[in-house]
Design a protein around this ligand. Structure first.
Ligand code: SD4
Length: 330
């Protein structure tokens, strides 16, 4: 509605300024956006990368109680951050090559407010620190020591995030120190979550310990708004998992939301997002990327390079894990 008003009021319809074909194009666009906005989700819905039923159940519990999409995605991904058996997120995450667990996270709401932390150490709930950055500072992103100092100031407890299991695996890895990202093992378990609440508003969150045994200081796509996560409340949201460098290069999540704005379904938009990466990456067979997306109407989609990636979805229709279609056949 607002966008429709904007187009009407902006004077763009003035034939004196624009040629008639351009005016027609503007009107067509207006109808498209209008019809997209008119179709709203039937009820609350949450989707997340990978099969994370505890996280989506937590988020849905909040949505069912008329909670906001923002609270739902934050508290949903916090479940994985606290779960030490998930070795790609929060506590228990695999460390960098020097043995330090460093976390990246971001969050984005219906008003396009967003917050992020990168290279955060010793704080479990990176997503909540990201939310505080969004709500309590004039900034979007805090990094490393500054992010940690801010988290301390906000009262987040400090703890050692390296579990015995992750430490032992790292010591084993150090014997060869070969940095070879492996396709579809828990090495790619970043949780990206998108939700629509009872008001029809959309929010998203993404949190990770990043690629296992990464170089010290390395930051991936997950905390970068537009890359690992993007939400536009008029259109929908998208989030990513997998080899972050490739997602950053193509600004993957932003691209997918923009493709949905132009009329693609979430599924079609995710497929195009993966194809853009493949087009620029000769050895795409060596990497995995997974995207998921949701539009304002509550339609969802997911796509990846290699089989094995799935996404969890919870709505009035049930709580399902859906294997994503892949560019390379099983
Ligand atoms: C990253 N996208 O840091 C993340 C990796 C990932 O589970 O998905 N890890 O590049």
């Amino acid at each position: 509605m607002e966008r429709r008003k904007f187009l009407k009021n902006s004077g763009l319809g003035g034939a004196a300024i624009l040629g008639s074909s351009l005016v027609a194009a503007c009107q067509e666009k207006e109808t498209e956006v209008g019809s997209l906005a008119a179709k709203v989700a039937e009820g609350p819905i949450v989707i997340a990368t990978w099969d994370v039923p505890n996280a989506t159940a937590k988020a849905y519990e909040i949505l069912e109680r008329n909670g906001t999409a923002l609270d739902a995605v934050e508290q949903g991904v916090m479940v994985e951050e606290a779960d030490v058996t998930n070795q790609s997120v929060g506590k228990g995450g695999r460390p960098d090559r020097d043995g330090h667990v460093t976390l990246d996270a971001c969050i984005m709401d219906k008003d396009s407010r967003c917050g992020a932390v990168v290279y955060l150490q010793n704080i479990v709930h990176a997503v909540s620190v990201a939310r505080k950055v969004m709500e309590e500072t004039p900034h979007v992103m805090l990094a490393g020591a500054g992010a940690k100092q801010f988290a301390q100031e906000m009262g987040f407890p400090e703890e050692d995030l390296l579990t015995e299991k992750s430490r032992e695996e790292w010591l084993e890895w150090k014997k060869t120190s070969q940095y070879k990202p492996v396709i579809n093992i828990e090495n790619h378990d970043t949780i990206g979550m998108l939700a629509i609440d009872a008001n029809g508003d959309i929010a998203g969150a993404c949190t990770t310990s990043g690629m296992a045994y990464k170089m010290a200081g390395r930051v991936g796509d997950s905390p970068i708004i537009g890359a690992g996560l993007f939400v536009d409340n008029e259109v929908g949201g998208a989030t990513a998992t997998g080899m972050g460098e490739e997602v950053v290069r193509t600004v993957g999540s932003f691209l997918i939301v923009e493709l949905m704005r132009q009329g693609k379904s979430p599924q079609e938009a995710c497929e195009e997002g993966v194809r853009r990466i493949i087009a620029k990456k000769k050895n795409y067979k060596d990497i995995q990327i997974g995207f998921i997306a949701i539009n304002k109407a509550g339609e969802t989609g997911g796509y990846c390079i290699h089989p094995g990636f799935s996404y969890r979805q919870y709505s009035g229709k049930g709580h399902l894990n859906t294997p994503a279609k892949s560019y390379i056949d099983a």
